[in-house]
Structure formats: C-alpha cells, structure tokens
Design a protein around this ligand. Sequence first.
Ligand SMILES: [Zn+2]
Length: 474
Amino acid sequence: MIKNLKISAVLFLFFAKVYPPMKKLILAFAFVPILSFSQNHQANLKKIYDTELSAGHTYDNLRYLCKVIGNRLSGSPGAAASVEWTRQLMESYDFDTVYLQPVMVPHWERGGKDVVKITNSAKHGVVELSALALGNTQGTGPKGLLAQVVEVKSIDQLKSLGAQVKGKIVFFNGPMDPTKIDAFEAYGGANAQRSSGAAEASKLGAVGAIVRSLSNRIDDIPHTGNQRYAADFPKIPALAISTQDAELLSQLLAEQTDLKLYLESHGEMKSEKLSYNVIGEIRGSEKPEEIIAVGGHLDSWDVGEGAHDDGAGCMQAIEVLRLYKALGWTPKRTIRAVMWMNEENGLRGGQEYAKVAKANGEKHIAAIESDSGGFLPIGFSSTGTDAQRGKLASWADLLRPYQLWNLQKPGGGADIGPLRDQGPILIGLLPDSQKYFIYHHTEADVFEVVDQRELELGAAAMAALVYLIEQEGI
Ligand SMILES: [Zn+2]
C-alpha cells in the first residue's frame, strides 16, 4: 500500500504540473488503491464469516473431541488419543504440513474418590461436602486425615495467623469479587488461594488445605485446578469444595469453632510422560518465514470434557486453517494451528514450542490463543509494542461489524507467553467472560454447554484477525 501511495503521489505531482485541469481527476484516482484495499478486506472478512456460519466444522469437531475422546489430562490415555485425532483431522484437511512436537509432561492421577466431611457438627452431625482434589496434589491415602479446621479469607490473613494453624486444616474461603465486571479479574484476585494456599499453609505447619471453588456462582459443583507445593515443606493434601458448601462450612464455623474435617484423597504424581504439541501449517506465498501461530491447549482437567477449557480454542484454531482451504486461499505469510499440551498442570507444551522456535531461528510475528471459553467474542486482548498494538487497533472499523469492539484490553494467553521475548504480538481471543467460571475445571464443562453460534463466531473472529495479519503484517 505504501508503494502504491508513493507512486500515486509522484504521478499526481507530475501531471498536476504539466496539465493542471487533471488535478481533480488524479486526486480522485490517487485514493483508489486505499479504498479498494479496505473494501477487499471487508469482502474477505465477510467470506470468512459467511463460510463459518453456514458450513463451519468447529462445532462437530468439538462434539467428537468431547464425546468420543473426553477429558484429556496430560499423560492420560485421553490426552494421547486427542493428539492422534487432531493430527489425523488436520491431515484430512490437507494442510501443507502436519507434525507432532515431542514434549515431556507431568503425569498426575487423581486415583479415586475425593472426600471432605465435617465430622462433629453440633447442628448436623456428619456432613459430607462436594469436593475435588486440586491437581498435582499428594493424596491422604485410604487412611484419610482428621483435623480441626480454621477459616481464612486470603493468604495474607493466613500469614497473620502464623503458628495458630499448626496441625490444622486451613479453609481458604475468599470469594471471587462479584463487583468485578470482568470475571477473569475476579478470578485473578482469588486464584492465589488455590495455586499456592496449600504451600503457604504447609510452611506454617498446617496438615491440609481446602479451598472455596473459584466460581462466581453459588452451586454444588467443585472446581479443580493447579496448585504448586513449596520445595522443602510437606506436600499436604489440598482439595476444593463447592461454593455452596464453602458458605455452609463458614456458617457452621461461626457457630462452632472446634469443627473437625475428615479429608480423603488419592492423588499421586507419577513419572513424566512423553506427549506432543500438535501442529498444522499452511505455508505463506510471499513471506513464508513470517509465522502466525493460532491455537489453544489440547489438555484438560480429568473431570468433564474440557469443552470450553480448551477444546473450543483448539477446534477454533484448526478451523482457521480449514477456512483458508475451504475458501481456496493461500496466505501471504505462514499460518500455523498449534494444539499446546499441558497448559493446565505444567505449561510444558508452550515452553517447548517457544524453545524449539528459538532454536530453529523461526520468526513469529503474532501468536493468538483462544483459551477463555467458546463464548460470544467481543474483541481481542493483546501484549506487544505500541506499534504492534496500534496496528491491531487500526483494524477496528473492519472488526466492529462483527461485534469485535474491544481491542484495548491487555492480555494474551498462557501457552503463547513463553514466545514473548522473540518479539511477536501476543493476542487472546476475548469472549464475554460472565459464564466461563461456572464451568471452568469441573464436571459441568461438557459439549452441551457450548453454544454452536458463539463457538463459530469465535472461530470466524480468529480467522478474520489471522487474515488481516497475514495480509498486512503487524
Ligand atoms: Zn485453559
């Protein structure tokens, strides 16, 4: 476009000088390249949306991943099956290259039913709570663990109790802040209790930890998720309980401070396993060395079907490349669908992908991740230079007709984070966040709770953005 403008300007100056009446006419023509340029983009974005919304494959592919393969925790048979199936799926779409990138992943197994019981309620006697052990935890084993419970609302409050928690089970009951409009912000505010609560409690001599589920709804569904132990301190059992039961336990503790809990869980970290990132590529025709990665994470937790988290993102990413095939387009720059492995309890896939890219001297100009659920997309979050983010913002008029109005939010994605120091803009598909944490990391995250239309709008949104980047660079 710059070249066209320069030529137009030179021609204009030349003709205006030798033949002044042509000024107006030439002036009009000088802007033709600009108009046709953006009209062309407009027309092509419409083709992307029309194709996806009338004959998309995203929803049917997600159905297969969820219903036939099911959940896919790293190192599990489900994860292995999902690697092989996505590889075959991308080969069936005839992408230029489809390959597996080996990566060693942690292998944690839940090992049995998780139990949390109040054993001595003066009001109700024994009360069983809805519980799910957190990922990467060491279980109590069949003997279980019985101890008095003490409630805190935050890690800071835990620290203020100090040695008072010694020999006890710490109950982390800080809710997601309901006044935050962006649910991811509320999640971010409460998440340390789950990710490092057990580690901090163990440092003070606590023998167990239970955590209020990270959900913005009061219901009876426990949410698992990752946690990390501190080196050199005991690996105490850590379980989540449903928000409803967290409220109940808190009420009972207000009336009776000597409540005891019985915990039983069977989690065990096994030896690492070989797994894979799954990659499909369509090579660029003009600047093949410039790569745009678009993806999600293929692993999920071991409950539910990992539909929103993150089957949706994976199927959307494959769909971006499939749409190019369906439309008969060859991108100017290389586009790559990446199914990262092990986002949930290790991030090994994202780290390995960045490491290999660096070792191979690859040049990623953009990395786009969809890992916020298959909900109605409202824009893209990003991390990058002012120039990169400015370029993204310059497409606002093209994206707004598709309700993609929010291009300002900072963000990106866990799996693409490790690419940051290689210079690409990192972009996250930004769906409406209100319902994501109802399903996140639970048995309720199944295919049926994903809306076909919203899922497809997400796939089309990612394809539209990939199109603008491969055409114009960023
Ligand atoms: Zn996820």
